[in-house]
Design a protein around this ligand. Sequence first.
Ligand SMILES: NC(=O)c1ccc[n+]([C@@H]2O[C@H](COP(=O)([O-])OP(=O)(O)OC[C@H]3O[C@@H](n4cnc5c(N)ncnc54)[C@H](O)[C@@H]3O)[C@@H](O)[C@H]2O)c1
Length: 445
Amino acid sequence: MAGGELFHRGHGTQTLPLLRSSHTRYLSLYLTKLTNPIRYVLREQRILFFFIGISISTLILNSFPSFPPSHHQIPPLLLRSDSTHSTHPVSYYHHAAGGKVLLGLKRKALRIVVTGGAGFVGSHLVDRLIARGDSVIVVDNFFTGRKENLMHHFGNPRFELIRHDVVEPILLEVDQIYHLACPASPVHYKFNPVKTIISFLKTHRFATVNKTNVVGTLNMLGLAKRVGARFLLTSTSEVYGDPLQHPQVETYWGNVNPIGVRSCYDEGKRTAETLTMDYHRGAGIEVRIARIFNTYGPRMCIDDGRVVSNFVAQALRKEPLTVYGDGKQTRSFQYVSDLVEGLIRLMEGEHVGPFNLGNPGEFTMLELAQVVQETIDPNAKIEFRPNTEDDPHKRKPDISKAKQLLGWEPSVSLRNGLPLMVSDFRQRLSGDRKEVGAIASVVSN
Ligand SMILES: NC(=O)c1ccc[n+]([C@@H]2O[C@H](COP(=O)([O-])OP(=O)(O)OC[C@H]3O[C@@H](n4cnc5c(N)ncnc54)[C@H](O)[C@@H]3O)[C@@H](O)[C@H]2O)c1
């Protein structure tokens, strides 16, 4: 008890100060020995610490690809190019998956070719690439694409547009190739199905889709090999055909009719995937494969036969919504900004794929028609028509792989995305009406 008091109060017997002073000396000697090397290391090895710091931040970025804020906090349609800067401060979320950018450092601007960049998906991708400071070359033959989709970049020194058909070779010095060029809608690919499998029918009118998929993809892979660029193929959920497995996982090989009216597209994309993997294995090209599920948004072709654009255009024109079959077949609909984020993460990441990029929310055609009615016109009528050949009954992506390896998942729901598309369609359709009106008045004068 007394000892306890002495100890706590700090006075009393002589033995304690003696003990304490020897302890203190021992401790300070020990600390000097200990701190000297630390001081030495801190003073002399600052550079080493600097690099260790950088490595730790890089490790954190790699380990938490979804850590950064979602891109959806930036409205996709507000992203515009800034022609005054060739390099931009790093938006760290852009490269989290690739882990190539160090926190706080400026990344080197890349030269990127986007084939099919004047189309629906391509033009949104170009917006994002230009906005982050890269130089973009669009290669497009305007089969389904439109200059209007890219006009806001005209005059930007970091943007170039080349009218070119990818079935012919082209040489460009680039770091990355996003290969999107391909008519993606049934109306267009069924119009010209044989440009589809190989170039022997080069001059034949019915030769477009497979030729584009096979010869076009070969040409772009050849370019990637020649200039050492990374190559990303936009494949499709159509490679699963009318799937016997639901939802579809990347390991599923599909159930495709090789001789049906849709085969030019399905088999063309399957062959494009094969070529991509063969170039990867055989020539060491860095490749990425995305399997895209139904995507919608502003700038889609208005009359392209795809279900979302069909319904929206019909409702705006006060026509009945045409549902094929009983309307119970299901699809998943992904908003375009979600897809673009997935494509960029895939390109910048370390994984070849294939990766499913789609929204797992599943709707029947009738449910979709209802959402369109709610958004545009509650009185819009629904009209049933016989189903088209080989129309898949079910489609829904399993996106676990993309979630896990790319830190990606869609975040725009159909009810939030559809109004953005509707206002774009409304504007374009009223523009069409004005144009028709102007022509009519010129003719009548
Ligand atoms: N939008 C979707 O729902 C969806 C789904 C699955 C896959 N994809 C794939 O994504 C890519 C882009 O699709 P999208 O919806 O933007 O289609 P889109 O038709 O709007 O765009 C395709 C673009 O490629 C161009 N093109 C076509 N053939 C060409 C050729 N031979 N040479 C040069 N340019 C050519 C067109 O002019 C157009 O600009 C396509 O490869 C498509 O197969 C899209």
